[in-house]
Design a protein around this ligand. Sequence first.
Ligand SMILES: *Cc1c(COP(=O)(O)O)cnc(C)c1O
Length: 501
Amino acid sequence: MMKYISSRSKQEPNMAGKNAAQAIIKGIAEDKGLFVPEKMPQSLGDMGLLTGKNYKEIAYLVLSRFLPDYTEKELQECIDCAYDEQFESDKIVPLVKGGGAYFLELYHGPTAAFKDMALSILPHLLTTALKKEKIENKIAILTATSGDTGKAALEGFADVDGTEIIVFYPHVGVSQVQERQMTVQTGNNVHVFGIKGNFDDAQAAVKKMFNDPCLATELEEKGWQLSSANSINIGRLVPQVVYYVWAYIKLLEQGIIQPGEKINVVVPTGNFGNILASYYAREIGIPIGKFICASNKNNVLTDFINTGVYDAKREFYVTSSPSMDILVSSNLERLLYHLSGNNGQLVASLMKDLDEKKKFEASDNIRVGLTEFYGGFATEEETTVAIAELYQGDHYLMDPHTAVGYKVYSDYVEKTGDTTPTVIAATASAYKFSETVVNALGLPSQIDGFKAIIQLKEATGVSVPRGLRGLDKKPVLHNRVVEKSQIPEAVKQSLSDDYHR
Ligand SMILES: *Cc1c(COP(=O)(O)O)cnc(C)c1O
C-alpha cells in the first residue's frame, strides 16, 4: 500500500509513513515536513485510451492512484459531491484556445478561482478519512489565505459536521471582492479574521500552531484536532493533478496532439501547489516538456529557478495579483524532495537555512532537475498590458493572475522559439479583480470593485460568475482584524466559542 512520508524524513528503510487518509487528517508531518508519496503511483498508461471520459471519470483514475486506501465507493461519493452543478460549466473545466495557447479555465466553481477544484472535494475526503480512521475528535481547519483559498475553504467546509473552519487573510492586500466574499460567509462553524500582516505571516503562524505540542495537547483535551486546508495538505494537491490529465486528454480529442506528444504548461504561481500538481501529473504519465513558472513582482521563484539560490530576504510587494504575493512558497519543499532523489535530510537542512537565514542554495542534483522548469515574471505594467492586448486581439478576458502567466508564456516563446502546444492555467475569473481589469482595458477608472463588475459586464458581455452576483448586498458577518501575534489566541477563542455553544 502506498505510503506518505515526510519531506524531511531520514532515509531509513521501513519508514513508518502514513496512509493517504492519515496524511489528509494530519495535514503536516510531525517533523514539520510536508507529506510526499514515498513512491510515485503507477502510470496512467496509454492516454489514447482515456479519450471520451468525463471529468469525474478522470478524477477517479487519478485519485485512486494517489489515495489507494480509499475504496472505489468512497472516492466516487467524494467526486460526485464535489464536481456537480456548483460548477457553472458542464465540462467542469473548459479548455479554451487563445493567444496561441490553450487556457485551462479552472475558475468555474462556486468562488470563481481555481482553489475550488480542490476545496470542493477536500471536505469530503477529510470526513471520509475521519470515518475510515475511526477518529472521534472534531477537526479545526486552520487556513492562511492570500485571498482565494479562504473563500473556497469556507464554502467547502461551511456547516460540515464535526469541523470548525478558521481563516486568516491579510487585511491589506486582498481585493475588495475577495475580502467581501469571505466576510459575508454564513455557516455555524465559520470564523474569519483579517490580520495585520501578509500571507507569509499568516502561513508561518498557522504552520507554527501545527507544530506546537502544547497546543495540540490542550486542544486534544477538549476533543479537537487541527488540520489544514492549505496546499500543504496532500488532499489539496492530489485533486489538482486531475485537471492536467484532463487538459492533455482534451488536446488529444481535438487532434491538437497525438498520444505521447509533449505539451508545456504555464502556471501563475504563489505557494507552488498548482505547478507541483502538474509535476505529479507528469510523474503518472502525462508528457510535459517544460514547466513554466510565472511570478509577479514578488519574483523569488524566478530567481530560484534561474540561479538555484532561494532568497526570501527581499522587499514584499502588494500587487494586482494578490494570490501570488508570497515569498515563502511552501510546496517548493516537495519539489526539492523529489529533485534531490528523495533526500529528506538535505531538505531538512535547506529548510533550516530558510528558517534561520531566509535563504538556501540548491544542491547539484536539484539544479539539474530545475532545468525542466522555466522561471519568469511580469511587472504590474506588463500584466495590465497583457490583459488589454489579449482582449483586443482574441477577445479573451484574463484576470491579473492568468495575465501574469500569459505574459511569461509570451516571453518564453519569444526567447526560445519553442512551439510545443501549451496549456496555461487560467486561475481566476476576471470579475474577482474587476478594478484592475477595468483599468487595464482603458475603461473609466473605478476603485469600487462592485461598480467595476457592472462596468466590465457592460463592456465585455462576459457573464458574471454566480457567486459574485449580489455580493455587495449581503450583510458583513465577520469584521475582526487581529495582530499576527494574536492568531493562536483567535484560534482558541473560535474553538471555545463553539465549545460553549
Ligand atoms: C492561489 C492562486 C494562485 C497561486 O497558486 P499556488 O498553487 O499557490 O501556486 C494563482 N492564481 C490564483 C487566482 C490563485 O487563487
